[in-house]
Design a protein around this ligand. Structure first.
Ligand SMILES: Nc1ncnc2c1ncn2[C@@H]1O[C@H](COP(=O)(O)OP(=O)(O)OP(=O)(O)O)[C@@H](O)[C@H]1O
Length: 689
C-alpha cells in the first residue's frame, strides 16, 4: 500500500457496530459443561429470553443458551446468572437465523459503495475464537462471506458503469500478522514485510505484492491462493482456527476522462484471530506462543478502542502492529464496520460479555472519512502517463521511418572491379537491414507494452472482457434491496430512539397536582437511579473479576511458557558440551526482531562441537535419544588457591567469559563455593505452581 496524502476537511462518522450470534455448535449441544451445571438457575430465565423451546443440555437438562438477539431493536440481551440481564444496543444485531447476504445488504453494501466512490473503508471481524469470524468474512462454498460478496458487488458496479470515459484499475494485496511478523501471503516465500508510516499518513507497506485483477472470480482466486499460505491450526474450541490476523486490501482507482480526476478507494477486509483462554483451547506448547501474541495484539486493540471511546489525548496505536495497521480504520480517514461475533453458549458467558462491551465502546469512535481525489500515488495516473509516453515514442519512430532514406547502394557489377568495395557495400546493406529490423522490433515491443498496460485497465462501453455481467433487472433488484435495507436500518434507529424518548417523556410530561404525587414521582426516579447505580456497581465488580481472571490466565500462560523454557534448558544443560556454553551464553534475545542473536565471536572461544558428541564420548548424534542418564555433576569443588585461580583465569579466557556471563555463584559456608548453576537451575522456582 502506498502512502497517500491526508485530506484536509472531513465530516465525523461513527464506527458502525454489528453483532452476529452464531448457532450453538453440535459440540455445545451435546456435551455437558460443568459451568452449565453450576450456573443452573432455579428461575426459568430462558422463558424471559425466548418464547421458543429452550435448547437443553442432554446430560444436565440445563439451558445452554444465554444470548437472545432482538434484530428489530438492534439489541442483544444476555442472561446474567448473578443478577439483572444485560442489554446492549448496536447499529444492527443478527441472530443465528440471519444469513450473510442479509447482513451484507443491510450494512456492508453502503460501505463498499463508498469505496467505489473514492472513500477508504474497513470491515473487521472481532470476537472469541470459534465464534464465526472466518465464516462471516470468507464464508464457505455454500455460504459466501463478506469478502467474496464485496468482490462481486465491486465488479457488478464497474461493469455497469463502464463507458469509454471511465477507466478502472483494481488491485489487491493480502497480508497476515503472525507472531508480530507481517507476512506477504501473495509472495512465493511469504516474505516478511515492514510497516512504514507516520502518525498523519496512516500505514503503508512498501514491498507488499499487489496483483491487478480483472474480475471478481480472479479476486477470489487471489484470496484462496493467499489463504493456502495462512497460518491455521486445530484447538479444542475450533477445528480450523486462524492463528493469525489477516488483512485483504483492495484498491479501486477510477479515472473520469471528462473531469480528468482520479478517485482512489481502499477497502481493508480484516479477519482477526480470536481471543482465547488457554484452559478452553487446550493450547499445546507450540500454540502457547501464538496464543500469547494473539491475545497481546487483541489487548492492544482493546486499549486503542477504549482510548478512542474516552477521547483520551494519547491513543496507543504504536503498541502493536495490528493497531498500526488498523490506525486509519479506528479514528482516522475511513468508514469502518466492526462485526462482533459471539456464541450463544452459557459456557462462554464471560467472553461474550467482554466482546459485547468492547463492541459497545467502539460505537463511540469517530472517524473522519474523506474522498481521496487525485492522490499523488494513484497507479492509474502512472499507467496513463506511461501509455502516453510510449505512444509518443512510437509516433516519433514512425515519423523518422517515413523520412526519405538514403537509397541502398546498388549491387556492384562485375565491372566494378574492386572486390573490397563489393564486400563493404554488402556489409552496409546488411547493417541497414538489421537496423530496420531492430527498429521494427522496438516498435513492436513498445506496442506490446502499451497493450499490457491497457489490459490492466478496465474501460469501454459494454465491458468487453468483463465477467459476471449483471443485467438490468438484477440491478434494479439490487437497488430495491438496498432501499429496503436502508429503511430497515432507519427503523432500528427509530425504535432505539423511541425507547430512549419514552423513558424521559414519562418523566417530563408528568404534571403534579399534589405534593404527594410529586414525592411519589421523585421516589420513583430515585429508585430508578439507585437501580442504575446498582447495575454500574455490578458491572464494576464484574470488570474487576474479568480483569482478575485475565490476570490469572496470563499468569498460567507465563507459568506454562516458563515450564517449557525449563524443559528446553534442561535438555540444553544435559546435552550441550561445556566447551559450547560460552557461545550459548553469548546468545541474546532481540525483542524487536523476535530472534535470538549471537554476539560477535571474540575469536578466543574454541569451536562448538555438536551437542551430544561432546558428552557422549564420541557417540553419534542419534545416540542423543538413547542416552543412559548422565552421572550427576559434583555440586562442590575444593577452594582454589588465589594465585592458582588467577593463573587459570588468565590462561583460559573462555572460562573467564563463561564465568562473567553466568549469574553470581553463591558461597557456601566454610569457604566452599557452589558449582555454577545450570541455566535450568538458575530459573529457580519460577513457573512452578
Ligand atoms: N452463522 C453461522 N452459521 C452456521 N455456522 C457457523 C456460523 N458462524 C460460525 N459457524 C461455524 O462455527 C465454526 C467456527 O467458525 P469460524 O472458524 O469462522 O470461527 P472463528 O471465529 O474464525 O475462529 P478462530 O478465531 O479460531 O479462527 C465453523 O465450523 C463454522 O462453520
Amino acid at each position: 500500500m502506498e502512502k497517500s496524502a491526508r485530506p484536509r476537511t472531513a465530516l465525523n462518522e461513527c464506527v458502525k457496530v454489528v453483532v452476529r450470534c452464531r448457532p450453538l455448535s453440535e459440540r455445545e449441544k451435546n456435551e455437558g459443561y460443568e459451568e452449565v451445571k453450576k450456573a443452573r438457575p432455579e428461575q426459568k430465565w430462558y422463558e424471559r429470553l425466548s418464547t421458543k423451546t429452550p435448547v437443553t443440555n442432554k446430560k444436565f437438562d440445563a439451558p445452554l443458551q444465554v444470548v437472545k438477539v432482538w434484530p428489530e431493536r438492534g439489541a442483544v440481551q444476555v442472561y446474567n446468572p448473578k443478577g439483572q440481564d444485560k442489554l446492549f444496543t448496536y447499529d444492527a444485531a443478527y441472530d443465528c437465523t440471519a444469513d450473510t447476504q442479509t447482513m451484507y445488504d443491510e450494512m456492508v453494501r453502503p460501505l463498499v459503495a463508498s469505496v467505489l466512490d473514492g472513500f477508504n473503508g474497513c470491515v473487521f471481524a472481532y470476537g472469541q475464537t470459534g465464534t464465526g469470524k472466518t465464516h462471516t468474512m470468507e464464508g464457505t462454498a455454500e455460504h459466501e462471506g463478506v469478502i467474496p460478496r464485496a468482490f462481486r458487488h465491486m465488479w457488478a458496479h464497474i461493469e455497469n458503469s463502464a463507458s469509454p470515459d471511465v477507466t478502472h484499475l483494481v488491485s489487491c494485496s493480502y497480508i497476515e500478522l503472525y507472531l508480530e511478523d507481517v507476512r506477504d501471503l501473495l509472495a512465493k516465500d511469504c516474505k516478511k514485510l515492514t510497516i512504514r508510516g507516520q502518525e498523519l499518513n496512516g500505514f503503508y507497506i512498501p514491498e507488499m505484492t499487489s496483483v491487478v485483477c480483472k474480475s471478481a472470480a480472479e479476486m477470489v482466486r487471489v484470496m484462496r491462493a493467499g489463504n493456502r499460505n495462512r497460518a491455521a491450526g486445530r484447538t479444542d474450541m475450533n477445528e480450523h482456527s486462524s492463528r493469525s490476523h489477516a488483512v485483504f486490501l483492495v484498491t479501486v482507482e477510477t479515472a473520469h476522462r471528462k473531469t480528468n480526476r482520479i478517485r482512489v478507494g481502499k477497502l481493508n477486509l480484516v479477519d482477526l484471530a480470536g481471543s482465547e483462554r488457554q484452559r478452553k483451547t487446550g493450547a499445546s506448547a507450540e500454540r502457547l506462543r501464538e496464543a500469547s501474541r494473539i491475545n497481546q495484539a487483541l489487548s492492544s486493540l482493546g486499549n486503542v478502542i477504549s482510548a478512542l471511546a474516552e477521547n483520551s489525548p494519547h491513543v496507543p496505536y504504536r503498541d502493536s502492529k495490528l493497531t498500526r495497521i488498523l490506525q486509519d480504520s479506528l479514528g482516522g480517514n475511513s468508514k469502518t464496520i466492526m462485526i462482533a461475533n459471539i456464541g450463544p453458549a452459557s459456557y462462554n458467558y464471560d467472553e461474550t460479555i467482554t466482546t459485547l462491551r468492547y463492541a459497545h465502546r467502539a460505537k463511540a469512535i469517530k472517524n473522519k472519512p474523506v474522498r481521496n481525489e487525485d492522490p499523488k500515488d494513484a497507479k492509474l495516473r502512472e499507467y496513463q502517463a506511461e501509455i502516453e509516453r510510449l505512444r509518443t515514442l512510437i509516433e516519433q519512430r514512425r515519423v523518422v521511418d517515413k523520412k526519405p532514406k538514403r537509397p541502398a547502394k546498388p549491387r556492384p557489377t562485375p565491372a566494378d572491379n574492386s572486390e573490397e568495395e563489393t564486400v563493404s557495400i554488402e556489409n552496409e546493406n546488411i547493417l541497414a537491414e538489421s537496423t530496420i529490423e531492430q527498429e521494427k522490433n522496438k516498435t513492436e515491443e513498445l506496442e506490446h507494452q502499451i497493450r499490457a498496460l491497457e489490459e490492466r485497465l478496465v474501460q469501454g462501453g459494454g465491458g468487453k472482457d468483463l465477467l459476471n455481467n449483471l443485467n438490468e433487472t438484477q440491478l434494479i433488484l439490487e437497488q430495491r434491496n438496498s432501499e429496503i435495507a436502508e429503511r430497515k436500518k432507519r427503523e432500528v434507529e427509530m425504535q432505539q430512539k423511541i425507547e430512549l424518548e419514552e423513558e424521559t417523556a414519562t418523566i417530563v410530561t408528568n404534571t403534579f397536582t399534589t405534593l404527594q404525587q410529586e414525592v411519589d414521582h421523585k421516589t420513583q426516579r430515585l429508585k430508578k437511579c439507585l437501580s442504575k447505580y446498582a447495575c454500574l456497581r455490578e458491572e464494576m465488580v464484574e470488570q474487576r473479576e474479568a480483569h482478575d481472571s485475565e490476570r490469572r490466565e496470563l499468569e498460567a500462560l507465563q507459568a506454562a511458557l516458563i515450564a517449557e523454557l525449563r524443559r528446553r534448558l534442561l535438555v540444553a544443560d544435559s546435552f550441550l558440551p561445556d566447551a559450547g556454553r560460552p557461545a550459548v551464553l553469548r546468545a541474546r534475545y532481540n525483542e524487536d526482531a523476535d530472534v535470538w542473536e549471537l554476539r560477535e565471536h571474540s575469536g578466543v572461544e574454541p569451536l562448538v562441537s555438536r551437542p551430544g558428541r561432546g558428552r557422549c564420548g564420541g557417540a553419534g548424534a542419534e545416540n542423543v535419544l538413547a542416552l543412559a542418564p548422565l552421572p550427576l555433576p559434583a555440586t562442590t569443588r575444593p577452594y582454589p588457591r588465589r594465585a592458582l585461580a588467577h593463573q587459570q583465569s588468565a590462561a583460559s579466557p573462555v572460562k573467564k567469559e563463561a564465568e562473567m556471563e553466568s549469574v553470581p555463584v553463591p558461597r557456601k559456608p566454610g569457604g566452599v563455593r557452589a558449582r555454577p548453576n545450570t541455566a535450568h537451575q538458575r530459573l529457580g522456582t519460577a513457573g512452578v505452581r
